[in-house]
Design a protein around this ligand. Structure first.
Ligand code: UN1
Length: 472
């Protein structure tokens, strides 16, 4: 049995059975059988069926949000925001179901036509993390379903009940249409992820989580030449220039760094302040941090809920010890409070602090001073991760430099917007150790399909490409 404990107060919320090897085999077999039928349903019809999941999510938004709060510790606004992301991606996917477009090309041969078509890929494995216990599944699973795939989900062991609730919604809808196994869930630990990674019947594994986990998945899936879509660690930076609107900047920094108790992959972790504004801005930041209400995320006034577990608190404390050993200076917070609660932390750091290269999955924000934009960009890019980034300025030249090929090296680059809280419409993901995957909006759907290049000869000749003569 997998037990779910609330990070709010340690209460046991419930238990779910762990999937056995037999459960795994059954799930894959059922998914394969369902795939054979589902792939032949016209994509717009698949969209119409998936749309019902969105309707159900709309109806249950506050209930499901409340469960996310209980199990993941998110405050109400953020938990419901996460469910809203699911609703949004369903809307997006319904439209997409009529837009799975391929290109057509002009053939070099007379009487020939070349075009691309996109076919469903198969049974997709989706591995998700505790911090977005429902939305990240939706980004993957809802798109995959509209593309004609079946999905096997391994949710994080910390948030099994959220997954179960989502699965029940899917079961209800999909059974009505005679496709009960388009979406399935397997609860358990790393052994399930490993089984999925090694299984050639799963052409794509989409995994969200730590870089360590992503490397293991990539190696195993790579060994069988399967595909991966990885969304791993971030170490997101934000550069503040002297001409920035500092009121706006302050709000973006506080939400980005302390919101979700620092447990988003897009959480702001490194703040680069121009030396001329650094002292005054730091003072404002400390004052703002002093106002953050930490506590039970079910209370309407709370802004910072708990970390996910006692281990997460211990990990943060280890990180803070390393910071101090290496010459970083804690200028605000960092204390472990009762239970899984911590005070968000501000650290004054030299640009070379070694621990700053690692992602500490907690609300720890490094403040680094700089003099020149080029220097700030170089420091900003000098980490192994490459997910989200931002600059605050009203200087067009500076903003465009940050967005240029010699600017931010991240998958997401924002101007006058913080690093977290991306909309579903854009492709979401990052470079370097973030894993290179893109999910959610734009043309991310292509990851869940296979491309077929088709050449049709409607002439009565057989001309060869490149003008080759091969006559008998
Ligand atoms: C994550 O933390 O894994 O941009 C995803 C954001 C959210 C998604 C974060 N829309 O912060």
């Amino acid at each position: 049995m997998l037990s779910s404990y609330s990070p709010i107060n340690g209460a046991l919320l419930g238990q779910v059975p762990v999937a056995t090897l037999a459960d795994y085999q059954q799930a894959v077999t059922r998914a394969q059988e369902t795939f054979n039928r589902w792939r032949m349903v016209p994509a717009p019809q698949r969209g119409q069926i998936v749309r019902e999941i969105g309707e159900e999510l709309r109806r249950r938004k506050s209930e499901l949000g409340a469960l996310v709060t209980l199990e993941a510790g998110k405050i109400k606004a953020e938990a419901e925001g996460e469910v809203q992301e699911m609703i949004d991606i369903v809307d997006f996917a319904v439209g997409l179901s009529r837009q799975l477009y391929g290109l057509s090309m002009h053939s070099e041969r007379p009487g020939h036509r070349i075009y691309e078509q996109w076919h469903p890929l198969g049974v997709i494995g989706v591995i998700t993390a505790f911090n977005f216990p429902v939305a990240v599944w939706a980004w993957n699973a809802i798109l995959a379903a509209v593309c004609g795939d079946c999905v096997i989900w391994k949710p994080a062991p910390q948030t099994p009940l959220c997954a179960q609730a989502v699965q029940e919604i899917c079961d209800q809808v999909m059974a009505r249409y005679g496709f009960p196994h388009v979406f399935q869930t397997l609860q358990g630990g790393a052994e399930i992820g490993e089984r999925m990674s090694d299984d050639p019947r799963l052409p794509l594994i989409s995994a969200t989580g730590s870089t360590r986990m992503g490397k293991l998945v990539a190696q195993r899936v790579g060994a069988r030449l399967g595909r991966t879509l990885l969304e791993l660690g971030g170490n997101n930076g934000l550069i503040v220039l002297p001409d920035a609107d500092l009121d706006l900047t302050l709000r973006a920094v506080v939400f980005g760094a302390a919101g979700t108790a620092g447990q988003r992959c897009t959480t702001l972790r490194r703040l680069f302040l121009h030396r001329s504004i650094a002292p005054a801005f730091t003072a404002r930041l400390i004052a703002a941090y002093g106002q953050l209400r930490i506590g039970d995320p079910r209370e309407a006034s709370t802004l910072i809920g708990p970390l996910i577990s006692a281990d997460a608190v211990a990990n943060m404390q280890r990180g803070l010890a390393a910071i101090q050993e290496q010459g970083g200076q804690i200028i605000y917070g960092g204390e472990a409070l009762e239970g899984c609660y911590v005070r968000p932390c501000l650290v004054k750091a030299p640009p070379s602090l070694p621990v700053m290269r690692e992602e500490i999955f907690a609300p720890v924000l490094y403040l680094v001073e700089f003099d020149e934009l080029d220097q700030a960009i170089a420091w900003h890019n000098d980490v192994p991760q490459g997910l989200s980034s931002a600059i605050f300025t009203r200087d067009l030249l500076a903003a465009e430099t940050f967005l240029s090929a010699r600017g931010s090296d991240c998958g997401i680059a924002n101007v006058n917007i913080g690093t977290s809280g991306a909309e579903i419409g854009g492709a979401f993901g990052g470079e370097k150790e973030t894993g290179g995957g893109r999910e959610s909006g734009s043309d991310s759907w292509k990851a869940y399909m296979r491309r077929q290049t088709v050449t049709v000869n409607w002439s009565k000749q057989l001309p060869l490409a490149q003008g080759i003569q091969f006559d008998l």
